[in-house]
Design a binder for this molecule. Structure first.
Ligand SMILES: [Zn+2]
Ligand SMILES: [Zn+2]
Length: 296
């Protein structure tokens, strides 16, 4: 047969594809990274536990606590035997790490840093730090009482997400004490369940369905009839705060990698009494807080 009639087949590639790194848990994508609606770390833990069909308590006790204990020990104590003893002790004390406040999980503490590192190891996700305020560490700023004492939520956001089939979650913005309104729906955040009047913790330890009351199980996206047409009347300050803090959370990763800021990192930076005080100053002087912080 003449050679021009032979079929040319493509050559085989015998190189083996490199397997991407595996992670012990699902590499669940945090919602809204780089946007004002970025998810909070406590919300992420709730969704991560739900994705594995376990409660948050189980996730913490059997997966997060061992890594947390390991990272909390001096290196000379890091023998397999001592880790085993500490692990056993942690399992006997179920209250360890089962703290439900925002200050414990979302603030600029060493504990929060170790917990974020543990979840980073478990999920293989490098962007987990943006779900807490840990990225603000680089600014060397400290705000007192930065979080509200309990989880607030926007019923309209919950309703919208349910209607669109999107996951129900809690944005980090809702945890910040000065934020009182939902910048998207222009309505005040809700503090108590309308059915049983309960406050909601930041970390729900059992298998409560997302967006439901931790006490009575009622859907928190419900809006009372008398509130159906409710809109904010005085929006200036409350709305401005929600907008600028949303922009701040959205810009955190940009601010961290801002090359001009690196040159100022060795300088002494101020400590602000409260985030509310800092925002008041910016509002009165007419400074954008994001630009202000980017210079520290
Ligand atoms: Zn909303
Ligand atoms: Zn309730």
């Amino acid at each position: 047969m003449p050679v021009e009639y032979l079929t040319n087949y493509e050559s085989w590639d015998f190189d083996t594809n490199e397997l991407p790194p595996r992670s012990p848990l699902y590499s669940l994508l945090p919602i809204g990274i780089g946007t004002p609606a970025v998810e909070s770390f406590t919300s992420y833990l709730t969704r991560l536990a739900a994705a594995h069909g376990v409660s948050v308590t189980t996730l913490i006790r059997y997966k997060i606590a061992p890594l947390f204990i390991e990272s909390s020990q001096p290196t000379d104590l890091l023998s397999a035997y001592s880790i085993r003893i500490l692990m056993d002790a942690s399992l006997k004390k179920p209250t360890m790490l089962l703290i439900q406040t925002a200050g414990f999980w979302l603030d600029l503490t060493q504990n929060a840093s170790k917990l974020v590192c543990a979840v980073k190891t478990l999920t293989g996700r490098q962007d987990i730090q943006y779900t807490s305020l840990l990225s603000m560490q680089r600014w060397r700023l400290k705000f007192n009482n930065i979080f509200h004492f309990s989880q607030r939520w926007c019923p309209d956001c919950y309703s919208d997400w349910l209607e669109c089939g999107k996951p129900i979650y809690q944005p980090l913005l809702w945890a910040l004490e000065p934020v009182t309104v939902c910048p998207h729906h222009q309505r005040y955040l809700q503090l108590r369940c309308k059915d049983c009047n309960s406050l909601q913790p930041f970390l729900i330890l059992d298998k409560t369905q997302a967006g439901c009351c931790c006490m009575c199980g009622a859907w928190l996206g419900q809006i009372l009839e008398e509130e159906a047409n409710f809109k904010l009347l005085s929006v200036d300050w409350d709305n401005w705060v929600a907008q600028v803090l949303g922009k701040l959370l959205a810009a955190t990763d940009v601010l961290i990698t801002n090359p001009t800021r690196k040159e100022t990192r060795s300088l002494e930076c101020p400590t602000f009494n409260s985030l509310n005080w800092f925002l008041r100053q910016c509002y009165q002087i007419g400074i954008n807080p994001v630009e202000c912080l980017s210079n520290f």
